[in-house]
Design a protein around this ligand. Sequence first.
Ligand code: ATP
Ligand code: MG
Length: 413
Amino acid sequence: MNIELISIGDEIISGHTIDTNSAYIASKLAEINLWVAYKSAVGDDLKKMEEVIYQALKRADLVITTGGLGPTDDDITKRAIVKVFKRNLVFQEDVLDDIRKRYEARGIKMPSINQNQALLPQGAIYLPNKIGSAVGIVIIDEGKIFVALPGVPREVETITDEELIPFLESRIRQGYIKMIKIRTHGIIESALAEKILPATKLPESVHLAYLPSFSGVDLRIVSYGATPEMANAPAENLAKQIREAIGEYIYNEGNETLEMIVGKLLRERKQKLATAESCTAGLLAGKITSIPGSSDYFERGVITYSNRSKVELLGVPEQVIEEFGAVSAETAEKMAVGIRERAGVDYGAAITGIAGPDGGTSEKPVGLIFIAVASARGVKSKRLMLGRDREMNRMRSVYSALDLIRRTILESD
Ligand code: ATP
Ligand code: MG
């Protein structure tokens, strides 16, 4: 089965907007073992749009477009669809009812321009849009499935998850899928692959994907088979081999993030955490407090950017900074101990480093970061040697600190 995704809009082909929709849809399709064969993009030009859709329908069995479904004059995807499929637009009362209800729920009278949104190609099925007014459109024609979705990424994501994927699963899914996600931190992709691959030989029906991000590398196992058991067994088997090969780097199997896990561990133990940050200036505290209910376990976070603030707010001895420098294991450890004592909490975490891109020396290059965590059992620090990209360095330091906090909590049990 061939699949083609088409991204529509002048802003996409000009480079003003990065096409995240097709990436999102492709990854969701892959989760149900549907693999995209082609991606194309076309501007807001009726003739060219017709041409691209026409071509796609020739070479693919499932075609999905995003963009240009809105009610305004610049949204012309529907016009291209009726041309290609030679169908008329017909008014669908239930679509308009849905849109009207959504406006009413927000206490707004529906603008009359939305009448257009209830005009769908004859014979089309629609995919409801809970957060916007343009519904998804599905046309099944000569054995091909054509789907048009709106452009706004949040709407695309919601419709894809809640409507499109279930629709495709019921229509074209063959057999069963088992997916297992294993999240790791502290080891790079290539090193993971080296450790996992010699241990495993993958059967045809199993895919293993490496998905790196700031927080680490996620491993995704997708396995399919004619029965649930035929899908499950190889996936579980591979997961078991992976756990044996790289168990020490795994922090979660599922969708929980490091900040969620740290929060959960602290809450379970009724313990508290405080942070002191230099080069990340509050990013760690921001991550921790992005979790609802974090006030239960997060006491405070201070930004100690200057040397003076490290002395005044954390009690780092001046001679430690003089002797070892502000970016050193010694200073990081004193920061962690200082914030733990001053806040009167179970764990104090600290980050200090040279985020870059300037400011490095040969002895202390850009990307050199120290993180430290203090607990009742003492303090330990970790040296990170990251890259030249400031934002990347800051985010990766934050996740390394979260992982060190996680490990310290577990070791303190
Ligand atoms: P609306 O009803 O809001 O007009 P629409 O279906 O007409 O929605 P567009 O007008 O094409 O969609 O795009 C809406 C917004 O979504 C724009 O800000 C656009 O830049 C963005 N967008 C469109 N296509 C994509 C894409 N492929 N990836 C990421 N963003 C996109
Ligand atoms: Mg639009």
